[in-house]
Design a protein around this ligand. Structure first.
Ligand SMILES: *Cc1c(COP(=O)(O)O)cnc(C)c1O
Length: 462
């Protein structure tokens, strides 16, 4: 399997090269040159596998340049840090199937990709004798998951930008209490979108990128998307076993379009997904995109689901590449239009293609709290505010002809304020959060300015 850039100037590179490159050198995002198609027979076989074995089988379709034994080791090691024996269990409440993706070390779905990516980087760097300085921006959950993915690992330093005081206290503590010498937390005076823009800008300076061997952990890294494709297969298999249904809907709380794009890849591989429900919070650019072809940037509104407070969904470019029939020139022109005018326009035909695959709605703060409250009253199950947007969207948009699988993207204990406002009590904290606020912390507040951040990094890089 070879990889290409959405912008058309990088082609024929290997999986390993794609992982190390992160953002493509022409400014685009990397995609496999073809998407493998699985038969119903293949799907049957996959549906009987335990999670790590399933991950190995699914990922092997996209990875040719790592020996099987090593890949298998890495996968097994990555998921041994999860506290649930099924890794991503599926539970059934109130007519919905909930895919719990929060049993990793930082209690959000991002651990699934980042535990793997940390081990993958370590393997590739040991093999090549090189080192890497990871630079990433986080809206809250990526940062801690990435830090936990690489803390203490040899040949890797990690620099994570988070928007100062705009992440939840638990999210902040999960990052700043990791005091391993290879971990650098930077609180920028700006929004997540500012952080993401700075990271893109620094990666765009190819001399700087090469000089400091920058590596990416944001969902612009293909390996993250790939690791997330796996649980769509897993959940489908579990729900088919429980219901006999062959087709399903997935409802996905969405910010950067990474998670739902993994579902799109699973669908293209032949997984019987009727449609993908894209749930946003008040930052509704993607809901406007799906429902009206209106992809125009708005202000970032802080909400109860901060990991979805995004207006510029970096992974949408991957989907747009397919929507434009793999035409990298048209895609490049559209991305330029977005940079220049803050919006992209679509044809009627493209709109029809989008609604073949996606349904979408935006769920505001009040609806989020009401959903947590009502779901708890009906079932006793406590939703986190991100998951609640997906539950609400799934209930509202899908009629019941096929099961709806809602992705539970975070443990409720990560967002106790919103949960408490909804149900009048704090969620039960899991063991990993005990005593967090008493631990030593390390973090630096810094201006949201690419040059300042480059200077900081240059002084501390490997
Ligand atoms: C990151 C995140 C999301 C959004 O995922 P994307 O891949 O950015 O769309 C949703 N919920 C939680 C809890 C997250 O951490």
């Amino acid at each position: 399997m070879k990889y290409q850039s959405t912008r058309g100037k990088v082609k024929g590179i290997s999986f390993k090269q794609a992982v190390m490159m992160g953002l493509a050198e022409d400014g685009g995002l990397l995609l496999p040159e073809t998407i493998p198609h699985l038969t119903p027979g293949d799907l049957d076989v996959l549906s009987k596998l335990a999670y790590p074995e399933l991950a190995f089988q699914v990922m092997s379709h996209f990875i040719e340049d790592i020996p099987s034994a090593q890949l298998k080791n890495m996968i097994d090691h990555s998921y041994s840090s999860f506290t649930h024996p099924d890794i991503t269990p599926v539970v059934h409440h109130d007519g919905l199937y909930i895919l719990e993706l929060f049993h990793g070390p930082t209690l959000a779905f991002k651990d699934i990709a980042l535990q793997f990516l940390g081990n993958l980087f370590e393997y590739l760097l040991t093999e090549s004798g090189e080192h890497m300085n990871i630079l990433g921006a986080t809206s809250g959950d990526t940062g801690s998951a990435a830090i936990y993915g690489v803390r203490g690992k040899k040949n890797i330093n990690i620099f994570i930008l988070h928007p100062h005081k705009k992440v939840s206290p638990v999210q902040e503590l999960q990052m700043t209490t990791v005091t391993d010498a290879n971990v650098f937390n930077l609180a920028i005076e700006g929004t997540f979108d500012d952080g993401q823009k700075i990271v893109k800008e620094i990666f765009g300076d190819l001399n700087f990128k090469r000089q400091y061997a920058l590596g990416a952990v944001n969902s612009i890294n293909w390996a993250r998307v790939l690791a997330q494709v796996v649980y769509y297969f897993y959940a489908w298999g579990q729900v088919r076993k429980q219901t006999g249904a062959d087709k399903v809907y997935f409802s996905v709380p969405t910010g950067n379009f990474g998670d739902i794009f993994a579902g799109y890849i699973a669908k293209r591989m032949g997984l019987p997904i009727e449609k993908l429900v894209l749930a946003t919070n008040a930052n509704n650019i993607l809901a406007r995109f799906v429902n009206a072809g209106d992809y125009s940037i708005g202000e970032v509104h802080p909400t109860f689901s901060p990991s979805m407070d995004i207006q510029n969904a970096s992974n949408l470019e991957r989907y747009l590449f397919y929507l434009f029939n793999d035409d990298s020139e048209r895609l490049t022109a559209a991305m330029q239009q977005f940079t220049d005018m803050g919006q992209i326009s679509f044809t009627e035909e493209q709109l029809a293609d989008i609604s073949e695959v996606f349904l979408s709605t935006s769920v505001d703060n009040d609806q989020t709290l009401a959903t947590i409250r009502d779901f708890h009253a009906a079932t006793g199950y406590v939703l986190d505010p991100h998951t609640a947007t997906g539950i609400k969207a799934g209930k509202e948009l899908v009629g019941g002809e096929y099961p709806v699988i809602c992705l539970a993207t975070a443990h409720p204990a990560k967002f106790p304020e919103a949960v408490n406002q909804s149900i009048g009590k704090d969620p039960e904290p899991p063991v990993s959060l005990e005593g967090l606020e008493d631990r030593e912390q390390r973090c630096e507040v810094i201006e949201a300015n690419a040059d300042k951040i480059k200077m900081y990094l240059a002084k501390r890089a490997l």
